[in-house]
Write a protein that binds this ligand. Structure first.
Ligand SMILES: [Fe+2]
Length: 219
C-alpha cells in the first residue's frame, strides 16, 4: 500500500507508463449523464471483480449513493456500462493494477467500481466536476485518474479534513496522474473547469475508481 495514502490519507501517483491514447477515443462516445441538468457531464459505470490482469465485469447494477455520506437524499442512478473495448484494454488493466497496488484492495473480494467520465465546458458554460461541493464518495479508497485535459483551464482538485476547513491538498492533476484518497478519513471536491481562451469547447476526461462501498451499507 502507498505510504502517503496510509499516513496522510491521500497520495498523488504518476503513471507515465500508461498509454492514454488507447482509451482516449472511447470518451468521445460516452452518453450524456441525464441526472445532471447542465448536460455538461457524460459517463459510463461498471464494477469489476477478478484480478487487474483479468477483470470480471459484474452484472449491471444501479449506482447507489446514500444520504449519510453525500449530504443529500439516497439516490440510485442508472448509467450505461463501460465498453468492453475499454475494460479489456491493456492500459486500462494497468490502471486497475496501479489502483490495487497503491490501495492494497483485493478486488477478488472487494469489487472495484469504475466511472468513466467526461466533463465538458464551453465559452458560455463552465463544467462543474463536483456540484455537491466538499463531499465523500462513501467508499474506502477513491482513485481519480486523469486521461486528458483537452483545452481545459482550472479544475483544481482538493482534499479536506472536513467541510469547514480549507484544503490540505490542492492541485491540478495532469494527464497520467492518479490521486488516491482514503475516503473514510478525508473529503474532496474540485472547482469548475473553464475553456482556454479562444476555444468554444473543452473536455476533462477521467476515470474514477472506488472500492469498499459495502461499508456504507453496513453502517
Ligand atoms: Fe467525489
Amino acid at each position: 500500500m502507498n505510504n502517503d495514502l496510509q499516513g496522510q490519507g491521500f497520495a498523488v501517483v504518476d503513471a507515465p507508463e500508461v498509454n492514454l491514447s488507447s482509451v482516449a477515443g472511447s470518451f468521445e462516445l460516452l452518453p450524456v449523464d441525464k441526472y445532471l441538468a447542465s448536460g455538461a457531464r457524460s459517463r459510463r459505470f461498471s464494477w469489476f471483480a477478478g484480478t487487474p490482469q483479468d477483470p470480471v465485469k459484474l452484472p449491471h447494477k444501479l449506482f447507489y449513493q446514500t444520504e449519510k455520506y453525500e449530504g443529500r437524499p439516497d439516490i440510485h442512478r442508472e448509467f450505461d456500462e463501460i465498453d468492453s473495448s475499454v475494460y479489456k484494454d491493456e492500459n486500462f488493466k494497468q490502471l486497475l493494477e496501479i489502483y490495487v497496488h497503491e490501495t492494497g484492495i483485493n478486488m477478488a473480494n472487494t469489487p472495484i467500481e469504475v466511472h468513466q467520465l467526461r466533463i465538458s465546458c464551453g465559452d458560455d458554460f463552465d463544467g462543474d466536476p463536483s456540484p455537491e461541493g466538499v463531499h465523500r464518495d462513501g467508499c474506502h479508497y477513491l482513485g481519480v485518474f486523469v486521461v486528458s485535459r483537452d483545452g481545459v483551464e482550472g479544475g483544481e482538485t482538493s482534499v479536506h479534513l472536513n467541510k469547514e476547513d480549507g484544503p490540505i491538498y490542492e492541485g491540478i492533476l495532469e494527464p497520467g496522474q492518479f490521486l488516491f484518497i482514503d475516503d473514510e478519513k478525508l473529503m474532496h471536491t474540485a472547482v469548475p473547469l473553464t475553456t482556454r481562451t479562444g476555444l468554444s469547447i473543452a473536455h476533462w476526461d477521467i476515470f474514477v475508481f472506488t472500492a469498499g462501498e459495502h461499508r456504507r451499507k453496513e453502517n
